[in-house]
Design a protein around this ligand. Structure first.
Ligand SMILES: *Cc1c(COP(=O)(O)O)cnc(C)c1O
Length: 384
């Protein structure tokens, strides 16, 4: 059996060990510390925000963003449907009510048309959402101008889930910098990793201070540990922040590598009719976190292609199952992009495939993936 080719494994630069050793020598083995402070500053600078608050995960960062915009039990929160469950789980932590918004075909992200319908309906019912969580899928920026205009018009804060899009840009501005809050993830499969971790960014430094307070058990000023609010243990370890700083310094190369991988796949598949690469919206630059494409039914079924990849020891995945189809969110409302056809997110889920895209993927490994796909979609000779 050939080596397993992974979807998006961690990619260490080689300099992390020395940085970790240095941190251990300093005995800052705790959440918080100088590495955390530096990591927050460096990341915030890179994405043009005034500050950042490092967290134990991207999910924790989303949770605190919801707390900071004052989401309460029974409040509505709008969220992209085509995403990982972590985008919406924090809505449930607060006993708020998620409403899912369909994708549009140009970016696969939140449809401004569907968002407007949802906002109009919410207004009509006299209960606007407390927040809109906009996801930038697989590195592709959502239609930020249109979405931000709608959020502004209805005065609803936007939380940008940029867990997958660190290093991407929209009209020259860094992905994750558009909302009242932006969040990033440094989980092991993301473009840079601290093994696990996340970051909340904003221009509102007071809100970030409050995030740090909530993330460290909401401890009031008093020697005897006084508490008047619910707190969390969400802060990032100083040791992991050391890894994050080295990883962040290599972000540019990692984006280049993933974009080159996308280009090679794209060139290799050009001659396959019915195979369509994930589009890139004009004026945006994707980090191409995962190379993703859809297959027309006439070319092949995505589950069959996935089965063949799996048999060849290649890790590939379907596109995220839309959250409005998940049993967990069975009762949630959903707004479709175009009511005259089936939801865009459902079509992408039925036909989409994510390919191995790690920045350490070798040419040889990539060729193996390409050959397996070519073979899987080759027209079958008819047996008469
Ligand atoms: C990975 C991911 C998250 C969650 O990040 P964690 O650090 O794993 O908690 C949230 N949203 C999206 C879209 C993600 O891909």
């Amino acid at each position: 059996m050939k080596d397993k080719i992974l979807l998006s494994p961690p990619h260490m630069t080689g300099e992390e060990e020395a940085m970790v050793a240095e941190t251990i020598a300093s005995n800052w083995i705790a959440p918080l510390g100088p590495q955390v402070d530096a990591f927050e500053r460096e990341l915030a600078n890179m994405v043009w925000k005034k500050g950042g608050a490092a967290m134990s995960s991207g999910t924790a960062a989303i949770h605190l963003a919801l707390k900071l915009v004052n989401v309460r039990p029974g409040d509505l929160v709008f969220c992209s449907s085509l995403t990982f469950v972590a985008s919406a789980n924090p809505v449930l932590y607060e006993k708020a009510i998620p409403v899912f918004i369909d994708s549009e075909p140009d970016t696969w992200n939140m449809s401004p048309v569907a968002l407007e319908k949802a906002l109009m309906e919410a207004k009509r019912q006299g209960a606007l959402p407390k927040a809109v969580i906009v996801v930038n899928l697989y590195g592709q920026s959502a239609k930020m101008a249109e979405l931000a205009e709608l959020c502004d018009a209805y005065r609803v804060p936007m939380i940008e889930d940029a867990a997958e899009s660190l290093g991407s840009s929209y009209q020259g501005r860094p992905s994750g910098s558009f909302g009242k809050f932006g969040i990033y993830s440094f989980n092991g499969n993301k473009i840079i990793t601290t093994s696990g971790g996340g970051m909340l960014v904003s221009d509102d430094l007071d809100a970030l201070e409050r995030a740090r307070f909530l993330a460290s058990q909401a401890r009031d000023q008093a020697a005897h540990y006084e508490h008047s609010q619910i707190g969390y243990n969400y802060r990032m370890s100083n040791v992991l922040a050391a890894i994050g700083r080295v990883q962040l310094a290599s972000l540019h190369e990692k984006v280049q590598a993933r974009r080159a991988i996308f280009e090679r796949y794209s060139n290799a598949f050009r001659s396959i009719p019915g195979l369509t690469m994930m589009p890139q919206l004009a004026g945006t630059r994707s980090n191409r976190w995962l190379t993703t494409f859809t297959l027309a039914p006439s070319t092949g079924s995505s589950s069959e292609v996935l089965a063949q990849l799996n048999a060849a020891n290649i890790e590939a995945r379907p596109v995220w199952k839309p959250l409005h189809l998940q049993p967990l969110f069975r009762d949630a409302a959903f707004f479709s992009h175009d009511d005259t056809r089936s939801p865009i997110s459902e079509g992408l889920f039925a036909t989409g495939i994510c390919l191995p895209s790690g920045s350490s993927l070798t040419h040889e490994q990539q060729l193996r993936v390409i050959r397996t796909i070519r073979h899987a979609v080759a027209p079958k000779r008819s047996v008469l």
